[in-house]
Design a protein around this ligand. Structure first.
Ligand code: ATP
Length: 248
């Protein structure tokens, strides 16, 4: 469903992703692990089209999207939920979800009460709120809900476009053990055919949800395999203990 072939990106003299290839099957839960600065966020930026790759190729469902804009990739089913807070804090949960659904359905030209009351938009909002466990909080302002609920709302916003591929950058960062538990329940409740790629720092959490794990270090993929193999890999352990050094 999502393929990257030999992606490379440099900022000046600093190469931040190099020879990155991955292939994520339809419905797969892929976790991308790696220490700070390994290039995980940059990889996401390349995949969604926020950054152009210097070289390499990206495909969604077999179609080459490397030259396409972020919007064009979104129309082909790519969505991303952000590490940073990306909500309209003055608006309610319902209004946030409605705006996202109206945009995704091309009904936001006159963003106003009319588009937000549209039956198709309202239906999507109901569905997404239920998927991310926010039905009870629909009328609450986004700045009054807990941090964990805000993170779930961000996922809801990304889902409102009914993506085929969802990229999540550290969706559980800073939400505490209870929030993490709720987030994992949310992940398990998402449609089985949705392809999900998650950047996650915590290995145990990653192993709990991953079908397959990709480990990055110094901008390169250094491991790609099932969670159990990642858990047993001396290389992966070394990277996490900080004793692995880049080979010349
Ligand atoms: N726009 C930019 N200009 C210059 N350097 C950048 C830019 N964006 C990222 N970098 C550098 O690229 C490297 C990889 O950063 P990136 O954010 O992709 O890593 P990461 O694995 O997501 O790390 P973290 O877990 O801390 O978010 C870092 O050294 C970072 O400083």
């Amino acid at each position: 469903m999502l393929e990257a072939q030999d992606l490379r990106k440099a900022f000046g003299a600093l190469t931040v992703t190099n020879r990155v290839s991955l292939e994520v099957a339809r419905g797969e839960r892929r976790v991308v692990l790696g220490p700070n600065g390994a290039g995980k966020t940059t990889l996401f930026n390349l995949l969604v089209g926020e950054l152009p790759a210097d070289s390499g190729q990206i495909k969604i469902a077999g179609e080459d999207v490397t030259a396409l804009s972020m919007d064009a990739r979104a129309r082909r089913g790519m969505a991303r939920s952000y590490q940073k807070n990306n909500l309209f804090s003055g608006l309610t949960v319902r209004e946030n979800l409605s705006l996202s659904a109206a945009c995704a359905q091309g009904k936001a030209k006159t963003v106003a009460r009319d588009s937000l009351r549209d039956a198709g938009v309202a239906e999507t909002v109901r569905e997404m709120a239920s998927l991310v466990g926010l039905t009870e909080l629909l009328e609450t302002s986004a700045d009054s809900i807990s941090y964990g609920a805000r993170r779930r709302l961000e996922v809801g916003l990304a889902l409102a476009s009914r993506p085929r591929v969802l990229l999540m950058d550290e969706p559980t960062s800073g939400i505490g053990p209870g929030g993490i538990h709720a987030f994992h329940a949310l992940l398990r409740g998402l449609p089985a055919e949705l392809t999900i790629v998650i950047v996650e720092h915590d290995m145990d959490l990653a192993f709990d949800i991953a079908d397959r794990v990709t480990v990055m270090n110094f901008g390169e993929v250094v491991f790609d395999g099932p969670p159990q193999a990642a858990r047993e890999s001396a290389l992966v352990k070394d990277i996490y203990l900080g004793t692995w050094a880049e080979q010349p």
